[in-house]
Design a protein around this ligand. Structure first.
Ligand code: ADP
Ligand code: MG
Length: 226
């Protein structure tokens, strides 16, 4: 459903991606693991169209997306993709429900629709009663659940999560990823999770290891799709 072929990304003479092929199927949950500096974030950003690769092709549902204009790519990111970062990157001045409603409003929903959907998602993520709190009034795990609600409320095809547990303790981190996966399963979104946490990755259906900008083939634990 989302696939990259021959992806090369350079920073000067440094190869962040040295020719990566990857396929993500509809609704699939995938961990990307690898040492610091191995190219995980670059791969996520290239697949999501945040960064442009120097070489290679990316397609979404059979359509090439790597050569779209910046305007079309940002539209695609807004409609088809959701993002969860290490720090939630919530807007500190807005309440939880306003943070979640924001992408819906940008997508053309009316304010009542957007707020109602935001409250629904916050409830599903265990945050009922906390909709009017600002990020500073939430725990790290709660704030990350707000970020998950924000990433999924517009029903994207793919959710990209870059070290989403990086700022959380192990138990909260694992519960947060569980909430992300359950939410995605309910909408059919695929989830790509970059993580340092081998134990977390081991609990996911598929792990891809990356080192020096290359996928380590033996480590791709995908069950072959018939
Ligand atoms: P990871 O997320 O696995 O830690 P990154 O994708 O962030 O790795 O980085 C891969 C390589 O590219 C590293 O060597 C890093 O130093 C380099 N790199 C990443 N971003 C930049 C940048 N903006 N400018 C220069 N080099 C960068
Ligand atoms: Mg990174």
């Amino acid at each position: 459903m989302l696939s990259g072929r021959g992806l090369v990304k350079r920073y000067g003479r440094q190869h962040a991606l040295a020719g990566v092929d990857i396929d993500i199927h509809t609704g699939e949950v995938l961990a990307i693991v690898g040492p610091s500096g191995s190219g995980k974030t670059s791969l996520l950003h290239v697949l999501a169209g945040i960064l442009r690769a120097e070489e290679g092709q990316i397609s979404l549902a059979g359509q090439r997306i790597d050569r779209l204009s910046e305007t079309r790519r940002s539209e695609l990111r807004r409609t088809e993709f959701g993002f969860v970062f290490q720090q939630g990157l919530l807007v500190m001045e807005l309440t939880a429900e306003e943070n979640v409603a924001l992408p819906l409003l940008l997508g053309g929903s009316s304010r009542p629709e957007a707020i109602s959907s935001a409250r629904d998602w916050l409830g599903r993520l265990g945050l009922a009663g906390k909709e009017r709190r600002r990020p500073g009034e939430l725990s790290g795990g709660e704030a990350q659940r707000v970020a998950i609600a924000r990433a999924i409320a517009h029903r994207p095809k793919v959710i990209f999560a870059d070290e989403p547990t990086g700022a959380l303790d192990t138990r909260t981190g694992h519960a947060t990823v569980g909430a992300l996966i359950d939410s995605a399963a309910s909408t059919g979104a695929a989830v790509i999770i970059v993580t340092h946490d081998r134990e977390l990755a081991a609990g996911l259906p598929r792990t891809v290891s990356i080192r020096d900008g290359r996928i380590e083939p033996a480590r791709d634990t995908a069950v072959p799709v018939a």
